[in-house]
Design a protein around this ligand. Structure first.
Ligand code: DSN
Length: 437
């Protein structure tokens, strides 16, 4: 066996891990799609389950020796079903993009048309971007958010209906990576039924808030729901597919594209494996089980409520300081700030805030005139710092600090003051006291 301790065996990698742990501990993490997992989740991910091949499903594998990884996958599935009050899940997708690919593989033929939220209005690459498989193999059209008027920054469902009636798509997708408002799933379902389309929700960003009952629940309305498990759900980096109670029967009204298996859940199972993936990552599936167990605790509901309170406080504080918050506020874990009235691009804001140890990402805003590499906005998320224990007042202080940097981006002494203030905040809310779990 090689040397058994990472620090000794591979000092270069250990140093990278040590530096990243320090960055996470000392900095302010405001990327809306990131979170901090618990030590038990990290321990499951760093376990010997990584060694095991387990193609197939629990009890029906293509390899021997799966009796213990079966326990982990059964626990992950049972806990996910309890958490999302549903009858079927597949916990094997390696990522949200893999889960989404399995949705397309199950429901669509190459060239079929579908309607999804425009990436430039907060959608996601896998919802039909021309540079992604979803836009290369299939035929997307996009709905967006309003530019002005009472629904500025929000989706106008009458327009979605008009587009769906004109297009008659095979599928309508919901879900976003930079949309701060909740979705009206019943209205989407009524449109999907009217045009005979499948309805798919990608709840990657909001899964934790949905599990906690803080946002509307897509499962009773959508034919299929996909998610990642590492954002508001606070699990390992991975994906999952879910069908709501009775969803199987509702889907039965539209014939599957292939008669190779009996029902919809089996079709989705076989799209994940062997359709999209080979062996599932059993160490990650064990970590999903741990995270879903944590999310079933009352403390996760308290956490999720606080995520939204913190996000609302952040958006309101930006508005108070004269920033243009897209749609005027937020219902969820993120706020999208349009910086055009502040004379700084998203790219420059990301860089200058990064120098003060505040991590955000540049983001397109609706009707942006800058390229995706520059952008006019930044996206601010509350999940990670809420995990550390920050409350509304702390987030208001953070907005003050962000404003100080963005108002005087060339001023090194402001930068250094703000960096010091950030380190004081993070020292008050300790995170990891280890490098390797
Ligand atoms: N890349 C993720 C995000 O930051 O929103 C979505 O997949």
């Amino acid at each position: 066996m090689p040397v058994s301790d990472l620090k000794t065996a591979d000092p270069a990698i250990y140093a990278a891990l040590e530096n990243e742990a320090k960055r996470q501990n000392e900095g302010l993490e405001l990327i809306a799609s990131e979170n901090f997992v618990s030590r038990p989740v990290l321990q499951a991910m760093g376990s010997t389950l990584t060694n095991k091949y387990a193609e197939g499903l629990p009890g029906k594998r293509y390899y021997g020796g799966c009796q213990f990884v079966d326990v982990a996958e059964d626990l992950a599935r049972d806990r996910a079903k309890k958490l999302f009050k549903c009858d079927w899940v597949n916990v094997q997708p390696h990522s949200g993009a893999s889960a989404n690919a399995a949705v397309y593989l199950t429901l669509m033929n190459p060239g079929d048309s579908f309607l999804g939220l425009n990436l430039a209005h907060g959608g996601h690459l896998t919802h039909g971007s021309p540079v992604n498989f979803s836009g290369i193999l299939y035929n997307p059209s996009y709905y967006g958010v309003e530019q002005d008027g009472p629904l500025a920054g929000r989706i106008d469902m009458d327009k979605v209906r008009d587009q769906a009636l004109a297009l008659r798509p095979k599928m309508i997708s919901i879900g976003a990576s930079a949309y701060s408002r909740d979705f009206d799933y019943a209205a989407f379902r009524a449109i999907a039924d009217e045009v005979g389309a499948f309805l798919w929700m990608d709840m990657a960003h909001t899964a934790g808030l949905i599990a906690a009952g803080v946002l509307n629940d897509p499962l009773p309305h959508c034919h299929i729901v996909s998610t990642t498990t590492h954002k508001t759900l606070r699990g390992p980096r991975a994906g999952m597919l879910l069908i709501g109670k009775d969803g199987e029967n509702t889907m039965g009204k539209i014939a599957p594209k292939s008669g190779r298996v009996k029902n919809w859940s089996e079709l989705f199972d076989s799209s994940v494996f062997p359709g999209m993936q080979g062996g599932p990552l059993m160490h990650v599936i064990a970590a999903k089980a741990v995270a879903f167990g944590e999310a079933l605790e009352d403390s996760f509901t308290t956490y999720s409520k606080q995520v939204v309170l913190n996000s609302k406080a952040t958006a309101a504080a930006f508005v108070e300081k004269g920033y243009d918050v897209v749609s005027g506020g937020t219902d969820n874990h993120l706020a999208l700030i349009d910086l055009r009235n502040k004379g700084i691009t998203g790219k420059d804001a990301e860089i200058v805030l990064g120098s003060a140890d505040i991590t955000v990402n540049k983001n397109m805003v609706p009707y942006d005139t800058e390229s995706p590499f520059v952008t006019s906005g930044i996206r601010i998320g509350s999940p990670a710092m809420t995990t550390r224990g920050l409350k509304e007042d702390d987030f208001r202080d953070i907005v003050d600090l962000i404003d100080r940097v963005l108002s005087d981006p060339q001023n090194d002494s402001v930068m250094s003051d703000v960096r010091g203030a950030i380190h004081e905040i993070t020292a008050r809310f300790p995170l990891y006291d280890f490098v390797i779990a």
